[in-house]
Design a protein around this ligand. Structure first.
Ligand SMILES: [Zn+2]
Length: 324
């Protein structure tokens, strides 16, 4: 994947360089954020920053080896990114940590999605984090810090990594897909600053269908007699109903901006006129938006999807008519 040097723009680079300059580089860093792909990219760039002679140039032998995953002093775990680390992996890591670095003066362990590791594995790493070999640096990433032991957190420097802006996501999608600039807008808005989400939707044939369905539900569903048709279309996407509610929330937000004179904040500019002409009052939009969030919570709590979807659509029309 092409990241267009997002690391240089990140606050992380400043923090790392500052720690290096002050000779206060920690032995463990915990990168917390919502974007798995961006976090693992940053962890790798962090390693380049440490082992490259010119703080991560990208073209020297060390940078190229790290990029290819063949640098002998940079070890990335887990090998299968969907699985968490188990005690055997940590035993291997601990053993490796006592082997002196071969190419540079630091040995770097990147442990991605560390929250997926078993608690036994986390506990096992703890001892090494308490008294790490001087040559070792651990970079942990997580999208779910609450699943990481507090004792691990307290022994690492935690850094919160914000999501990216839409310009960066747009550049990323254009570089990593065959889309043309004029086609890219729906993907950028639905990515919401998250590269992991972007990668998922640019490879997803149903994405535009889901987006259209959400748009039509907001703009074209006007009669209660049509609820059944819309409901069965939404439920037809089975395990992706939460995503449809995500999209619904984006459309309602857009309509709200269009109706309150904040036109420049509207993401889907091609629908601006339709948003403005839609029969929602601002009061109704606010209530319906809160109902979208409520429905998402219910889905998170494993409520019956049919009940949630039908209930939402009925309420949406009721609120729309009540607060004209
Ligand atoms: Zn370099």
């Amino acid at each position: 994947m092409e990241f267009c040097d997002l690391y240089s723009k990140s606050e992380l680079k400043n923090i790392v360089n500052n720690d290096i300059d002050k000779n206060m580089l920690n032995h463990a860093y915990l990168l917390c954020g919502q974007d798995e792909i961006y976090l693992s990219y940053l962890a790798k760039e962090f390693a380049k920053n440490i082992l490259c002679v010119s703080s991560g140039c990208g073209v020297c032998p060390a940078c190229i080896k790290i990029e290819k995953g063949v640098h002998s002093d940079v070890l990335v775990y887990p090998k299968d990114s969907s699985k968490g680390l188990v005690v055997d992996d940590i035993n291997e890591i601990v053993e490796n940590s006592y082997i002196y670095p071969l190419e540079g003066d630091k040995k770097i362990f990147i442990l991605n999605n560390f929250d997926l590791s078993t608690s036994q594995a986390q506990n096992k790493l703890l001892k090494t984090l308490e008294e790490p070999p001087k040559t070792c640096l651990f970079i942990l990433t997580t999208t779910n810090p609450s699943n990481i032991l507090n004792t691990i957190k307290s022994r690492s420097k935690s850094l919160s990594i914000p999501l990216l802006g839409s310009d960066d996501v747009q550049t990323f999608i254009l570089k990593n897909s065959s889309f043309k600039p004029k086609e890219v807008q729906p993907f950028v808005s639905s990515s919401q600053g998250n590269l992991t989400k972007a990668v998922k939707i640019i490879n997803d044939d149903n994405f535009l269908k889901i987006k259209d369905l959400a748009l039509n539900t907001v703009l074209k569903l006007t009669e209660s007699g049509e609820i059944l048709r819309y409901s069965s279309q939404i439920l037809g996407f089975k395990d992706r109903i939460k995503e449809i509610f995500d999209e619904l929330s984006l459309v309602f937000l857009d309509v709200m901006y269009a109706k309150t004179g904040l036109e420049d904040k509207v993401v889907n500019q091609s629908k601006l006129a339709e948003y403005k002409n839609s029969k929602y009052s601002v009061k109704a939009l606010k209530i319906i938006y809160s109902k979208v969030l409520e429905a998402q919570n219910k889905l998170d709590c494993n409520c019956n999807p049919t009940t949630v979807v039908d209930g939402f659509l009925i309420t949406m029309l009721e609120v729309k008519h009540k607060w004209k």
